[in-house]
Design a protein. Structure first.
Length: 257
């Protein structure tokens, strides 16, 4: 039976349509929950039960793509302060357990890490109004923790290096190093430590605690060496550093080249 027109006067009860074929309308479709005024295909549900808005080329369960002139997705909450406009969870987790954005605009990462996938990108603080006039960048683009292999140079004896660790924040490297157990040698070369993890920009002093009354100061230079100096500014040599019981506790920081 063909129907040319159905009106509210024609139907007084619910209508069920059972068909294995397609139902097509060439005009606008309006119901209590849907008002469709599109003039082209806007939403597709494919055979894998994926919902596509604007495209069918992606493979996620929900795919939304703008046309270059419109925003892809906008989410707005009710704004009552007790709900989250956006939240993500896994199959058995609580709502928002992985990621959520609250009504104050704060992003909460529940599990996992925030991964920066492109070198040179990071967290941008350029909205801060108290930046100095000489500010060149407000992007925190690197953080790293690790160890490095420190060693004496031009030294014929042995020594124990421990706690050689560093933390790199942006362009600054902070390091710690302990030296003990130097063997008894008569080496007269300047006490020098190599093995720093990153190239050095300029010269930077290091803080050193040592049980020796001839030691003056230490400096990391652009060759990535830590040089030791005596009280008068001359070289602090290996034979000045007490053997066996001698120790040096070193902390410092430098900017990378």
């Amino acid at each position: 039976m063909a129907l040319s027109k159905i009106t509210t006067e024609s139907i007084t009860n619910d209508v069920a349509i059972n068909t294995s074929g397609a139902i097509t309308t060439t005009g606008a479709f309006t119901s209590k929950g849907i008002d469709d005024n599109a003039d082209a295909n806007a939403v597709t549900i494919d055979s894998s039960e994926r919902l596509h808005v604007g495209t069918e080329s992606l493979t996620s369960k929900l795919n939304v793509v703008g046309d270059g002139n419109t925003t892809g997705v906008s989410i707005k909450s009710g704004g009552n302060g007790s709900v989250h406009p956006f939240q993500v969870t896994w199959a058995t987790g609580a709502e928002g357990a992985m990621l959520k954005v609250d009504d104050n605009g704060n992003t909460h990462v529940g599990i996992g890490n925030l991964v920066i996938g492109t070198s040179g990108k990071g967290i941008d603080f350029s909205a801060e109004t108290n930046s100095a006039s000489g500010s060149a960048s407000a992007v925190l683009d690197d953080y790293e923790e690790g160890t490095f292999t420190a060693a004496f140079t031009n030294f014929s004896g042995s020594a124990t290096f421990s706690n050689a660790v560093y933390t790199k924040i942006g362009q600054m490297v902070f390091f710690t190093l302990h030296i003990t157990g130097k063997s008894n040698t008569s080496d007269g070369d300047q006490m020098t430590v190599s093995g720093f993890p990153f190239a050095v920009l300029g010269e930077h002093p290091a803080s050193v605690g040592m049980n020796d009354n001839e030691f003056g100061h230490a400096m990391v230079n652009t060759a990535e060496y830590l040089y030791f100096y005596n009280l008068t500014g001359g070289p602090f040599t290996y034979d000045m550093f007490p053997h066996t019981s001698g120790y040096a506790r070193i902390q410092g920081a430098y900017r990378i080249a």
